[in-house]
Design a protein around this ligand. Sequence first.
Ligand code: SAM
Length: 305
Amino acid sequence: MNYRHAFHAGNFADVLKHAVLCLCLERLNAKPAPYRIIDTHAGVGSYDLGGEEAERSPEWREAVGRLWVAGGGAPPDVISALAPYMTQLHRLNPDGALRVYPGSPQLAALMMREQDALRLCELHPETCVRLKETIGRDRRVRIEERNGFDALAAYLPPPERRGLVLVDPPFEEIASGRKADFDRMIVSAKKAVRRWPGGIYLFWRPLKDLEAVEDFDGRMATVLIEEMGVAADKLLVVDLWVRAPGPGPLAGAGLLICNPPFGLEEKLRALLPWLAQALDQTPAGSGISEAGWRVVSAVPEPEGA
Ligand SMILES: C[S@@+](CC[C@H](N)C(=O)[O-])C[C@H]1O[C@@H](n2cnc3c(N)ncnc32)[C@H](O)[C@@H]1O
């Protein structure tokens, strides 16, 4: 377990994941009934963009850093799609300089109401201590130092019967060619959706090995649609790439979403073309842009499934 999210906080993958998370929470906030957020791979919760780790790998400068500067000039439908996310960034950075970047736990805590609950798992002991320092005193929050994949089923269904699950593993094995987190995600998705078919689920995955991603999406579609009875139009994939995806440094990532809230797809279709252009990292001299996006509803099952 060597992964440290501080090196990547605020990069393009975080921007997409966190913008989607905030759009989902905005929808949940539209009704007064309480809900619960379960974040199986929480990280430290909040990041200092001037800190040593962020400085050593300033991925955020080319992503949330650009958004911080350019976001205000975006067309109205883009501003509207980014609003729940940008509002939280502005709350944390009120003097206009971007220094604090919220992880998913802090974004959740900022957006949820008094009546809502947040359950967090973080397996790395030191990271978990820092997470508790960041957010542990909030009485709406419970943090466990345990394996989020294993814990998930035990949290479901939540007593509120409304809410969201974020599954955001580090995919460390990708570097060595193994893809264990894809398989773990499918196993825990199956158990979770069986116990709580009505939840909103966000499954994050990197776009590195595109065949592996296609295989994962297809297997998830088979499990969720055929085995769990989820309607095909309740699956949505959103992907963003800032350079040509492939092996090497992360150039693309996205989410497979089960039970997306009403209106999410439309917001993403408005946001993604602008975001891909704004966060484009095509190497100089390439001529044509390598950045791109896709929003796919009713994820196809693999052939012969
Ligand atoms: C990608 S980061 C999470 C980022 C966070 N969700 C966010 O958006 O701000 C993944 C985290 O999962 C932790 N982790 C790795 N394996 C885990 C497991 N099996 N269960 C829970 N946490 C795990 C890592 O220590 C790391 O902090």
